[in-house]
Design a protein around this ligand. Sequence first.
Ligand SMILES: Cc1cc2nc3c(=O)[nH]c(=O)nc-3n(C[C@H](O)[C@H](O)[C@H](O)COP(=O)(O)OP(=O)(O)OC[C@H]3O[C@@H](n4cnc5c(N)ncnc54)[C@H](O)[C@@H]3O)c2cc1C
Length: 488
Amino acid sequence: MNGTTQVLIVGAGPTGLTLAVDLARRGVSFRIVERSPEHPAGSRGKGLQPRTQEVFDDLGVIGEILATGRVYPPIRAYAGDRVVWEGRMHEPREPTADVPYPMVLMQPQWRTERILRDRLAELGHRVELGTEATAFEQDADGVTVTLNGSERVRCAYLVGADGGRGSVRGQLGVTFEGETFETERMLLGDVRTADLGREYWHTWADMATQTTRVALCPLPGTDVFQFTAPLTGDEAPELSPATFQKIFDEGSGRTDVRFTDVTWMSVYRVNIRMAGRFRVGRVFLAGDAAHVHSPAGGQGLNTGVQDAYNLGWKLAAVLGGAPERLLDTYEEERLPVAADVLGISTALYGRAKRGEQGAHERGEETQQLLLGYRDGALAVGERGGERAPDARLGDGRLFDVLRGPHFTLLALGPAHAGLVEEINAVYGPAIRAHTVVRPGETGDLTDTDGGIHGHYGRGLVLIRPDGYVGYHGDAGGLEDYLVTVAAG
Ligand SMILES: Cc1cc2nc3c(=O)[nH]c(=O)nc-3n(C[C@H](O)[C@H](O)[C@H](O)COP(=O)(O)OP(=O)(O)OC[C@H]3O[C@@H](n4cnc5c(N)ncnc54)[C@H](O)[C@@H]3O)c2cc1C
């Protein structure tokens, strides 16, 4: 039995890895176990939304993500080899003061995972491959997990980041409601060919129904394309390079594009399901283990990353002495967001034990920048629960100040200098407090173009470690708020 593991993470997909990186930088003792003997090779979820890029900025991997990814190329639709339409999935947008990463970025999932694993290694941790969580029991003081049927590990908290087919959810007796569309399947894979240019996402459609028959999307920094083709009928195709070539030839009507290699092959069944609870006692569900998506939304990986990012700081805070009640807010905040992302919100809200009315906005929700926790228990004040936008600050950016595992208190105007000093003395380094002043005033951070004052007005703004505003108000309510979220 291992007496020092505080958190055991089951599953090393993007959700488990994000949580691992966050816990590692917070100094929480944890293990991350993965039943597969090797790391996955498929491109799978390839779109990283703007909000995910902000999370990756905070976790210290955005440089590598930007250096190796690219924005989505224009789409070209063909009839055979004749171009019949050209367009873009996302209109190009330039970074602004408040949104530094405005474009969805393409990265094959295997590389996103590798970059997160590299960061984990930098922080002194690694994924334990070939290690399956086979059973667990929880009691009032912790969870005992069995690994590979024999090793027993004692931990304070267990996180099931074990994917849609994972077993943690089932062992908890938590429902996974929604639908599986057995007949709506897609052949997916990574194929190598030198016969098509890499500047376009090539698609061939059925002109009568305007539905895509087959598409090849060039994956950045590789010589492979992600292959997608809807499957018709009930038959399970044999997963072989010959099947990919045949379906491409039939769907495109071309004979001049030859695949020299197929590096990953899969059949994807459309599944839209959500767990009825995201927490049972000391066990949490995150990512695909808690919600599975249709591939059309492109939200699966991104929503899992946000789950992990919401949970990481709360686990660390409670392990460090913050009230246990803080952990309830994981499900309270994430379940409505996931339900909304899945589009099955109303019915599932009602069934969820602690699901409260939607703490989110609608509109550009695929970018996940407008998602927030406004109606949640941790949201106080006019901007409480909202994403804290970036802003220009002196020669740098507000995100430079937020980056790291701490809370950030922004005191607007020079009048709060005394309070800032006191907070830093009592709560530092868990909370870093700053006065933010307009140019010409005296304070430690200068709101270069007034963006911060324009957004928040006046008073105090406490930004949570996951980049959402917790408290927005005057000094009177701050102390009470801090007691609920931070160990003093
Ligand atoms: C074929 C396919 C195609 C996809 N295409 C898209 C797409 O186009 N766009 C999109 O946004 N998303 C797509 N997705 C979804 C996206 O890949 C997922 O949303 C994302 O991987 C979820 O990450 P996760 O970490 O929550 O779960 P996973 O990535 O599923 O990781 C879970 C991990 O847990 C491990 N595990 C399971 N049980 C145990 C156990 N008992 N002990 C130890 N380890 C365990 C598994 O081996 C796995 O590695 C696709 C998924 C698949 C499978």
